[in-house]
Design a protein around this ligand. Structure first.
Ligand SMILES: Cc1cc2nc3c(=O)[nH]c(=O)nc-3n(C[C@H](O)[C@H](O)[C@H](O)COP(=O)(O)OP(=O)(O)OC[C@H]3O[C@@H](n4cnc5c(N)ncnc54)[C@H](O)[C@@H]3O)c2cc1C
Length: 387
C-alpha cells in the first residue's frame, strides 16, 4: 500500500493487486490491534542487518513518520520509543491508507491471486489464478511473509521471483513462543512474571531480553521470550542444545526493569543480594509471601537461601522447539538481499522488478521495526518504480 501510494504520488499510473477480499488484513492484527508502526530507538534488524541499515539511511525513521504525517496520520510515541497511531487503532492506519490510495487514483483489484510473473522485452506480465493477465512497465513484489497463520502468505508467493532466478534464503519462524520443558514450573500455566530470559547453549550465552514472561502448557511466551526465537531456531537447526535461564530479578529489584532486548550479559549479578534478602525473610512464618508470586511459592526449594536464590535468578530450562510459523509474528529469511539494491529496492537481475517489505531477507525485533521496514522499503520502491 505504501509503495503503490508513493508511486502514484510520484506520477505513475498504478494498479494494486491483492489476493484477499480486502486490503491490509495483517496490518489490522498488528500490535494487538493497536499497530506499533515504527520505533524511534536504535535499529534492531537481523537476516541482513547491513542491507537494513542501508535502507534506513535512504529512508530513516523520521522520513517514514513524516510521510505518514503528510498522509494525515497523527502519531503517539510511548516512553520506550514505540510509535503508534494516536488513536491506538490499527484500523485508523488502514482506512487512512485506503482513502489516500483512492484519492491518488490507484486502481485496486482485490481478490486477485497472482500466480505467475514473466518478463517480456519491454514490460512485465502478471497472471492471476483465473488466467487473467495484466502488463506493466514496473512491478513491485510486496507479498509479505509466512508468519501469523491465516494472516500469513504462502511459500509459493516467494516462487514468483524464485522461478526467474531470485534466491530465497531458508525461511523459519521469528518472534514466536518457545517450547520448553518447564520442570518445577509445570502446571503453572497462565502465570505471568516479570523476568529476564537468557538463551544458552551449554555455557555460552547467545541472547538476552527482559519483559513479562507467560507460562503456558507447552513452555514460555511473552515478547521477551519471542525475541529469543530466532537464535533458538538457529541453535536447534544446527543440532545444538538450547536452554533458557529464567531470572526473576525484576521482581525483587524493580529498577532492573528494562522491557527489551538486552546485551547478552551472564546471569546473575543479584544472586548474592537476593540470598541475603531471602535469609532475612526467614524470620517470618511465611517467609516468601510478598517476595515472589504466590503460585510459585510451593515450587521454590526451601533447603537453603543459596539454592532458593539460584532457583529464582538462574532457573535453567531446556528448549525443545520454537512454536510454528502460525504463532510467529515474523518470517526470518526471504528474498536474498544480495540480489536487491538497497537504495532503490530494484532487482539486480531484472530491470523493472522491485521488492518491498517482509518478503525480503530482513526481520526486525518486536517494537515496530517490521512495519517500519515495510513502510521504508515501500516508500523507496514506490518512488524508484515511478522514476
Ligand atoms: C499477529 C501479528 C502482530 C504483528 N504486530 C506487529 C507490530 O505491532 N509491529 C510491527 O512492526 N510488526 C508487526 N507484525 C509484523 C508485520 O505485520 C509484518 O512484518 C508486515 O505486515 C509486513 O508487511 P508487508 O506489506 O511486507 O506484508 P503483508 O502485511 O503480509 O502484506 C502482503 C500482502 O500481499 C498479499 N499477497 C501475498 N501474495 C500475493 C499474491 N500472490 N497475489 C496477490 N496478493 C498477494 C497478501 O494477501 C497481503 O495482503 C505482526 C505480525 C503478526 C502476525
Amino acid at each position: 500500500m505504501a509503495a503503490a501510494l508513493t508511486a502514484a504520488e510520484s506520477g505513475a499510473r498504478v494498479t494494486l493487486l491483492e489476493r484477499r477480499p480486502t486490503l491490509g488484513k495483517k496490518l489490522l492484527a498488528t500490535g494487538n490491534g493497536r499497530c506499533n508502526l515504527a520505533n524511534r530507538g536504535d535499529p534492531a534488524y537481523f537476516g541482513d542487518p547491513v542491507f537494513a541499515d542501508r535502507v534506513l539511511s535512504v529512508c530513516p525513521t523520521a522520513a517514514v513518520l513524516r510521510r505518514l504525517g503528510r498522509w494525515g496520520l497523527r502519531l503517539y510515541t510511548d516512553p520506550e520509543g514505540r510509535v503508534y497511531p494516536a488513536t491506538l487503532q490499527a484500523s485508523t492506519v488502514l482506512s487512512l491508507l485506503a482513502a489516500r490510495l483512492r484519492e491518488a487514483g490507484v486502481s485496486i483489484r482485490t481478490g486477485t491471486d497472482i500466480t505467475r510473473i514473466d518478463q517480456g522485452p519491454h514490460d512485465w506480465t502478471v497472471t492471476d489464478a483465473q488466467g487473467a493477465c495484466l502488463r506493466a512497465e514496473r512491478l513491485i513484489l510486496a507479498t509479505g511473509g509466512l508468519a501469523g497463520g491465516a494472516l500469513g502468505n504462502r511459500r509459493s508467493d516467494y516462487a514468483l521471483s524464485e522461478r526467474l532466478g531470485h534466491r530465497v534464503t531458508p525461511l523459519f519462524a521469528g518472534l514466536a513462543p518457545l517450547e520448553v520443558t518447564l520442570g518445577p514450573l509445570k502446571r503453572l500455566s497462565g502465570l505471568r512474571l516479570p523476568a529476564r530470559v537468557s538463551l544458552y547453549t551449554g555455557s555460552q550465552l547467545r541472547a538476552c531480553a527482559a519483559g513479562e514472561v507467560l507460562l503456558t502448557d507447552y513452555g514460555l511466551s511473552g515478547i521477551c521470550v519471542m525475541q529469543l526465537a530466532r537464535d533458538a531456531n538457529a541453535l536447534l537447526a544446527a543440532g545444538k542444545p538450547a536452554q533458557v535461564a529464567l531470572d526473576l530479578s525484576p521482581v525483587f529489584f524493580p529498577e532492573t526493569r528494562a522491557w527489551r532486548r538486552l546485551p547478552p550479559v551472564p546471569a546473575d549479578s543479584y544472586a548474592r543480594t537476593l540470598t541475603l534478602l531471602v535469609d532475612r525473610a526467614r524470620r517470618f512464618s511465611q517467609p516468601l509471601t510478598g517476595l515472589v508470586p504466590d503460585a510459585l511459592i510451593p515450587h521454590c526449594p526451601a533447603e537453603s537461601p543459596e539454592r532458593l536464590a539460584r532457583f529464582l535468578t538462574e532457573l535453567r530450562l531446556p528448549v525443545t522447539g520454537v512454536r510454528p510459523m502460525a504463532q510467529a509474528q515474523i518470517t526470518c529469511g526471504g528474498i536474498d538481499t544480495a540480489q536487491v539494491a538497497p537504495d532503490t529496492l530494484s532487482s539486480t537481475l531484472f530491470p523493472g522488478l522491485l521488492f518491498a517489505g517482509e518478503t525480503l531477507n530482513v526481520d526486525g525485533d518486536c517494537g515496530g521495526y517490521n512495519l517500519q521496514f515495510a513502510f521504508a522499503t515501500g516508500l523507496i520502491a514506490g518512488h524508484a518504480a515511478a522514476s
